[in-house]
Design a protein around this ligand. Sequence first.
Ligand SMILES: Nc1nc2c(c(=O)[nH]1)N[C@H]1C(S)=C(S)[C@@H](COP(=O)(O)O)O[C@H]1N2
Ligand SMILES: [Mo]
Length: 161
Amino acid sequence: MPVTAPVPAPQPQLAGFLLSGDLARPAPLTVRDLRAWPQHEARVSFECATSGTQHHRFEGPLLHEVLCAAGPAFDPARRKDRLRFLIVVTGADGHHALLSWGEIDPDFGRAAVLLATRIDGTPLDGSGPQLVLPQDRCGARHISGITGIRVDGGYAGAAAA
Ligand SMILES: Nc1nc2c(c(=O)[nH]1)N[C@H]1C(S)=C(S)[C@@H](COP(=O)(O)O)O[C@H]1N2
Ligand SMILES: [Mo]
C-alpha cells in the first residue's frame, strides 16, 4: 500500500498588502496583522453616483497609527517636515487615491481615517482592508481590496530639483 500524505485542509485565502515607500520598516501586512492595533468603529454614510447612498459600520485601526509604526522618514519633532508627505492607496482593481499626511495628522486635518478589517461585522481577511474616510461625502475614496499603501516624501524634493 503506498503511503499517501494527508491532504491539508484548504486554508481560507488571506489577502495581503504592501506598506512601502519612505519608511524605516516597510512590510507586507494582512488584515489579521491590522487587528493587532486598537480597533476603532466608524458608522459612515456616503453617496455614490451609481449606487446611491450607502450606510456601513466599519472597524479597524487608524491609518495614522499603522503608518507611524512603520517609521515614516520625517523628523517627528518638526511638524512642518511632515507636510510634504503623500499617501498613495491602491486597490486590487487598480483604483487608487492620494491622501496627504497633513490630512490624517492629529496636529493638522485630524481625519479619523481607518484601515477597515470588518464591514458591517463581516471580516475582510479574504478581500483585503478597506479605506474608510468618515469625513467624505462621496464614496469614491473608500478603496476596497487594498493591495498597496505607499508613503512618499519625495514630492517637494522632486519639485525643487
Ligand atoms: N478597489 C476599489 N474600491 C472602490 C471603488 C473601486 O472602483 N475600486 N469604487 C469606490 C466607489 S465609487 C464607491 S461609491 C465605494 C462603494 O462602492 P460599491 O457600491 O461598489 O461598494 O467604493 C469605492 N471603493
Ligand atoms: Mo461611487
